[in-house]
Design a protein around this ligand. Structure first.
Ligand code: ZN
Length: 346
């Protein structure tokens, strides 16, 4: 396992906003959790306003008995929690894994890159923390999975935090045919000089290449990906709809960049728009992003897939539950926005 010996530096605390609300407690009833290693003591939020209470009640109803863990996680004030990046990264490097017929994971337990294989080449979703990880973890990981990094056609950056764009410059320099995509708002955000005294992340910025727009579709060979933008985690955080093959069956995967952070009314409107107009019609069945420990205990699920690659994929919720998950998101994100508006000035 030569990759385990890679010394990984430059910890980037780009996405830790949701980590503060995470509590680790072993007392959560097992029936309410996705089976796995991350234990979260989750409860339903206590709201003061009638409208927010009604919305949370709606989320509880939608959760039935089979989505309680997911719903309580999605109904946290700042969106789904994540395990803090407290452990040494080199100890949390995962073996590269084929997760679906044409979707692969390379990276750490906390952060990684998803790679989609299409009939015309590869699409990368995020790039790890920095060029060194791109060179010593991501590129060799792809090769180990039988993928050729020279086939990368697009690199889609979910948002402008270093743990997502950090490795992009490496690929831009080594594989100049790979196009790098991010929203204009986040290209502009990362180009702004950092406030003095704010700990600089020393990650080289990728060269601005393609802009992602709201409602955009990107087709590569047999695969078309859709994009929605919802400001909140950053000014231009995206969500993607991506078709994936699961043992020969086509299923839609939604990638919530920024993990459902919807801090205000403008963010909520964009969020409701992209869910209702773009992603619900796709009838998605899977929901995970570049942080496997966020939203669905992905590390445990990845390990389960590694152990039993021919079994049913634990990341698949199915269409009926997928529709309920998105309605739960809508109810809980709206609940927190109306709650905060009502309690902010009065
Ligand atoms: Zn982030």
């Amino acid at each position: 396992m030569p990759m385990k010996s890679v010394v990984v530096g430059l910890m980037i605390a780009g996405c830790v906003a949701a980590a503060g609300s995470l509590r680790v407690d072993a007392q959560t009833p097992a029936a309410q959790r996705t089976p796995g290693s991350v234990e979260r003591n989750l409860t339903w939020p206590e709201m003061k306003t009638k409208e927010a209470q009604t919305l949370v009640a709606k989320a509880r109803e939608l959760a039935k008995n089979d989505l309680v863990w997911e719903a309580q996680d999605a109904c946290l004030e700042d969106g789904p929690a994540r395990e803090p990046d407290g452990r040494p990264r080199m100890d949390t490097l995962m073996e590269p894994l084929k997760v679906f017929d044409n979707l692969y994971y390379v990276g750490f337990e906390q952060i990684g890159t998803w790679t989609l294989r299409t009939s015309e080449g590869l699409i990368l979703f995020d790039t790890l923390n920095n060029p060194m990880e791109a060179e010593t973890v991501l590129e060799p990981g792809l090769r180990k999975l039988g993928l050729n990094p020279a086939d990368i056609k697009y690199i889609i950056l979910s948002h402008g935090h270093g743990d997502h764009y950090g490795g992009a410059t490496y690929f831009q320099q080594k594989y100049p045919n790979a196009r790098v995509m991010m929203t204009a708002a986040d290209w502009e955000m990362i180009a702004r000089p950092r406030a003095p005294g704010r700990g600089g992340n020393a990650v080289p910025l990728p060269k601005r290449d393609m802009d992602i727009t709201d409602g955009q579709k990107l087709t590569l060979g047999d695969t078309t990906i859709s994009f929605g933008i919802y400001p909140g985690h950053t000014p231009g955080t995206i969500m993607n709809g991506v078709p994936v093959m699961d043992k020969g069956t086509r299923r839609m995967w939604v990638i919530p960049g920024g993990a459902l952070q919807v801090p205000n009314r403008a963010s909520l409107q964009a969020f409701e728009h992209i869910i209702n107009d773009y992603f619900k019609p796709l009838q998605p069945e899977m929901f995970f992003n570049s942080h496997p420990q966020t939203m669905n205990d992905g590390v445990a699920q990845l390990n389960q897939i590694r152990k039993n690659p021919n079994g049913p994929n634990p990341l698949v919720y199915g269409k009926e539950r997928g529709a309920r998950i998105m309605d739960i998101w809508l109810a809980c994100r709206r609940a927190w926005v109306v709650e905060k508006e009502a309690t902010a000035t009065n």
